[in-house]
Design a protein around this ligand. Structure first.
Ligand code: ATR
Length: 269
């Protein structure tokens, strides 16, 4: 029998996840279906209840429901607790297991696809919303020193405070970045959606540095800025999307798909 999965978000119509998971399924001979479902903004829990009643085995969760998914899960992985958000649900009897594969997805993309070594590097993370929160612990655990900068300083400070006792993560405003430079600059703001760029000073990129935008689908103002400022390696977030999907797929199906042909197919679209 075909096992059913889905991605839940709002909006969701442009999601590439059904394409990605159907390629994974073909490649690994798994009999699954995977669709994109738009939940009403006030109807996430109802949508999950319906999927469970209809026998779905699990789902991915995207903007703006990752925190609601975290709350709805009856058991959570360490990765979900670190991120305070859930992007993968597994329905098992009465339990709803919640995990978060975004952080490992970013790490896998940077180290495997982009081929940039993270250990002992220093990183600037732009933004302190859900996207930033999801990747901070994985980067920290990979041996990366972190400064998180945000328009609203309090939100960056709240994220940095999580690391007290484990190590030092500094919080700054954009204007405080003057004179600093980094091996890695990650744009985790949603500024690209409105074709905007946080007010960044010149000279942020060290020689050999990586500029990474978690958005994909177009060259954002951040990536244009990074190119003009001399960042050596430039990447959008398409690889992260495919890698986080692969880890979700492996959690559900206990078989790990090869991400390379899927990323190539998406780039060719
Ligand atoms: P997401 O889940 O995508 O992270 P979010 O939690 O709403 O979404 O967070 C959006 C992030 O992008 C925030 O860090 C926000 O900055 P503020 O906290 O100061 O609002 C940042 N952001 C959005 N638009 C921006 C812009 N035009 N310039 C700079 N930062 C922006």
């Amino acid at each position: 029998m075909t096992d059913k999965y889905a991605v839940i978000g709002n909006p969701i119509s442009h999601s590439k996840s059904p394409f990605i998971h159907s390629m994974f399924a073909q490649q690994t001979n798994q009999d699954i279906s995977y669709e994109a479902i738009e939940a009403p903004l006030d109807g996430f829990a109802d949508t999950i209840a319906r999927l469970r009643a209809e026998g779905y085995k699990g789902c991915n969760v995207t903007v703006p429901f990752k925190f609601e998914a975290f709350k709805l899960a009856t058991q959570r992985s360490g990765r979900a607790n670190d991120a305070n958000a859930v992007n993968t649900l597994i329905f098992e009897g009465n339990e709803i297991l919640g995990d978060n594969t975004d952080g490992v997805g970013l790490l896998a993309d940077i180290e495997k696809n982009v081929q940039y070594k993270l250990f002992l590097k220093d990183a600037l993370i732009l933004g302190a919303g859900g996207a930033a929160a999801g990747v901070m612990w994985p980067l920290f655990n990979a041996g990366v020193g972190i400064i998180v900068a945000n328009r609203t300083l309090e939100k960056a400070q709240a994220l940095a405070a999580d690391f007290e006792g484990a190590g030092t993560v500094y919080a700054k405003r954009y204007e405080d970045l003057e004179g600093l430079s980094f091996d890695i600059v990650i744009n985790a703001t949603s500024s690209g959606l409105s074709d905007e760029l946080p007010p960044l000073p010149d000279g942020l990129f060290k020689r050999g540095s990586l500029a990474y935008d978690m958005m994909y689908g177009k060259e954002t103002p951040f990536l244009k800025f990074a190119r003009a400022q001399g960042a050596s390696v430039i990447s959008d977030g398409l690889g992260m999307l495919v890698e986080q999907a692969a880890t979700s797929f492996a959690l559900w199906r206990k078989v790990r798909p090869d991400t390379k042909p899927v990323l190539e197919a998406l780039r060719a679209l």
